[in-house]
Design a protein around this ligand. Structure first.
Ligand SMILES: CC(C)(COP(=O)(O)OP(=O)(O)OC[C@H]1O[C@@H](n2cnc3c(N)ncnc32)[C@H](O)[C@@H]1OP(=O)(O)O)[C@@H](O)C(=O)NCCC(=O)NCCS
Length: 228
């Protein structure tokens, strides 16, 4: 097991950070598709499509063909949820990591490195919700390269975020993860986060039975608003 060290982001990490983040999100598309296929709604829709086309065209082959087209189309849509999310992150906060996280108030960005290679990352910044901004910080962009998983790197990255928030007097750390990011859910639950909500981020996500979970970790002894 290679030893790692956690340090603040530097400009030279730019490409590695964007790549570790993108790969970490895109790998979940197949799991999202399996979840969709297992849903009663998807199975019913495919059945209705098959029966409808079979009855209208009088052909089993056309019925099965329509189902095959629907399966391909739904895979493209499920995958687009991941690719759109990645593109959005790469063209906003991860376009200029230093400005987004190192020069912004109550924000930071760390990487985990092994022998000079960036293998993990995490960020913290104020949440978008004005009500949460008063008392909490948000953990974002957690990702660890596949070859370096299971070594406690994400736990160490999470620890940096919790220490950062505590040191600044915040009462909680919040985050979002998706229903298919099971390892991430276990990670956060093990670090003291509890699930506080679930929602679909878009109409397409709702149609595809895809949900985002909201998590919160209350920091003991920090119940008041931090000093401004
Ligand atoms: C989630 C992720 C960051 C975990 O990174 P990691 O460095 O392998 O995690 P760690 O070794 O620090 O393990 C921390 C905890 O995570 C959980 N965990 C990690 N891998 C897991 C797996 N494959 N299945 C279930 N739980 C898992 C465990 O609770 C583990 O604690 P334990 O070792 O005491 O059991 C990593 O799998 C990843 O980058 N995934 C893709 C990107 C992603 O989903 N990011 C989350 C964005 S919200």
């Amino acid at each position: 097991m290679a030893s790692y060290r956690i340090r603040q982001y530097r400009e030279q990490d730019y490409e590695a950070v964007r790549s570790v983040f993108a790969r970490g999100i895109l790998e979940h598309a197949p799991a999202g598709y399996r979840t969709f296929l297992r849903s009663a709604r998807a199975q019913l829709a495919l059945l209705i499509l098959f029966v409808g086309v079979r009855a209208a065209a009088g052909s089993w082959v056309l019925g099965l063909g329509a189902v095959a087209v629907a399966l391909v189309a739904s895979w493209i849509q499920v995958r687009s949820l991941s690719t759109t999310y990645v593109q959005q992150a790469l063209s906003t906060d991860l376009l200029d990591v230093s400005t987004s996280y190192l020069r912004a108030p109550n924000s930071c960005f760390w990487v985990a490195e092994v022998k000079g290679t960036v293998v993990g990352m995490v960020a913290v910044s104020p949440p978008e919700d004005p009500a949460e901004r008063e008392v909490a910080l948000e953990l974002k962009r957690m990702s660890v390269s596949k070859d370096y998983r299971g070594q406690g790197i994400s736990k160490a990255l999470c620890g940096e975020v919790l220490r950062f928030a505590r040191a600044r007097g915040f009462g909680a750390v919040v985050l979002s993860t998706s229903m298919v990011q099971v390892a991430a859910q276990r990670l956060y639950e093990g670090q003291g986060f509890r699930k506080v909500g679930a929602s679909s981020p878009s109409l397409l996500a709702a149609v595809l039975c895809f949900q985002v979970y909201r998590y919160r970790c209350d920091l003991p002894g920090r119940t008041t608003a931090p000093p401004r």
